[in-house]
Ligand binder design. Structure first.
Ligand code: ZN
Ligand code: ZN
Length: 428
């Protein structure tokens, strides 16, 4: 077996000439690990909601400037972009971290526990880094320090994208934020490839997960309004009942996944989360409103699911003499890892984590606005282990919950793999 492995290592070494920089990266990563953990604790203790990441942004900008990196602040409200020019000409590689926290009250007993509060949607709430974006910021600050230290040997440029509001902004009339807004402000124009990671409370430290092609779902809001004709509940034949019609529509929507979507390729989800109609036991109302969420993988499947929802709702309503209005609001597109880039970078993942620690993830029906960068340029988004060694992933608290917890010993792999992405990509 060993004889088979050695030539492979030599070959990949030849293909990636800059792999000679890996030992320097590893050394520096070990040196700054405790500093990265300190940054993370400070950010964790001082979480800020989307588009309010003022303190976090300042900390990032100060650090990047101290490394001699060119800094632009106030991108897409509170975003920070750093630009590191390498010593030799080459492509521009972007690395992305998101900065925002969530309206969640922390319950984990940590010395750096968040006690911050904010008014959210008119209610007072705790604020917590309950998705681990604090770790993304600290890791990318560390990667900036590692790469700034070897910039003379870097064959290209590195763009550090620190974006706000990945978790969304729920303000009436606001339709653009986070990654989408960063892209609209031109952050991807001079970029050749983009990489990002998400820490995972359900993956053991030291492990990396990835998936080629559609990896995370697109998320779209669904609203269906069924218009009938109001009648006395005792004489339904004198009206058109939108409640019965809505029930048939909800049932009909289930056939999209069982009859229309090729489930051997990718999953999809259509959920009706609320139905509102009627006021009294003996009045058939005039209309019923339903809202829900749609999760799809890839633009083709998304178009199919949207088309079927509209056909089913409008035709079922028509068959009852009612009328259905279907409104679909597209939020985040599907996170699609460029298959060509992904296959080229698998060796990099294996070099950083060890082959036995790299696995192919199943598709995830949660969404991630990293997808907006990937629509502009080839991108790869990976999962990084943040669960303590030997933990049970079915029992660890999930992201967005008050008990969410990340094991800091997983950060060093994040430092190494993000730095490897840059030097490996540049010398392909
Ligand atoms: Zn999240
Ligand atoms: Zn997240």
């Amino acid at each position: 077996m060993k004889k088979l492995i050695i030539p492979f290592v030599l070959l990949s070494g030849m293909a990636f000439g800059q792999t000679k920089l890996r030992p320097a990266i590893d050394k520096k990563a070990t040196e700054i690990e405790s500093k990265v953990i300190e940054w993370r604790r400070d950010i964790h203790q001082n979480p800020e909601l989307g588009n309010q990441e003022v303190r976090t942004a300042k900390k990032i900008a100060d650090h990047l400037r101290s490394l001699g990196i060119e800094v632009t602040e106030g991108v897409a409200v509170t975003g920070v972009v750093g630009y590191l020019k390498g010593g030799k000409p080459g492509p521009t590689v972007a690395l992305r971290a998101d900065m925002d926290a969530l309206p969640v009250t922390e319950r984990v007993d940590l010395p750096f526990k968040s006690t911050k509060t904010a008014i959210y949607n008119g209610q007072e709430t705790g604020v917590m880094h309950a998705c681990g974006h604090d770790t993304h910021v600290a890791i990318l600050m560390g990667v900036a320090e590692i790469l700034a230290g070897i910039k003379d040997q870097i064959q290209g440029n590195v763009k550090f994208i620190f974006q706000p509001a990945e978790e969304g902004i729920y303000e009436p009339g606001v339709t653009t934020w986070g990654a989408k807004q960063m892209v609209e402000q031109g952050v991807m124009k001079d970029v050749d490839a983009v990489f990002g990671l998400h820490i995972s409370a359900q993956t053991e430290v030291g492990k990396i997960g990835y998936r080629s092609g559609p990896a995370q779902a697109a998320v779209d809001n669904l609203e269906i309004i069924v218009h009938g004709t109001q009648a006395h509940g005792a004489s339904p034949w004198s009206g058109v009942d939108p409640i019965v019609t809505s029930s048939q529509i909800v049932t009909g929507l289930q056939t999209i996944l069982s009859r229309s979507v090729n489930i051997t390729e990718n999953p999809a989800v259509v959920t009706v989360g609320a139905i509102h109609g009627g006021i009294r036991h003996n009045i058939i109302p005039e209309k019923v409103e339903m809202i829900g969420t749609i999760r799809t993988f890839g633009e083709e499947q998304q178009a199919l699911v949207h088309k079927r929802i509209t056909e089913i709702a409008t035709n079922i309503a028509e068959s009852a003499g009612a009328r259905a209005e279907v409104n679909i609001q597209k939020l985040y597109p599907s996170t699609v890892n460029d298959p060509n880039l992904t296959s080229k970078m698998v060796a990099t993942l294996e070099a950083a984590a060890g082959k036995e620690n790299v696995r192919v993830n199943p598709p995830v029906t949660g969404a991630e606005d990293f997808s907006f960068y990937q629509r502009e340029k080839p991108g790869l988004f990976i999962g990084l282990g943040g669960m303590k060694k030997g933990g049970d992933s079915t029992k660890t608290p999930s992201h967005h919950t008050p008990d969410f917890y990340i094991d800091e010993s997983g950060f060093i792999l994040g430092l190494r793999v993000m730095s490897y992405f840059v030097v490996d990509y540049m010398n392909k």
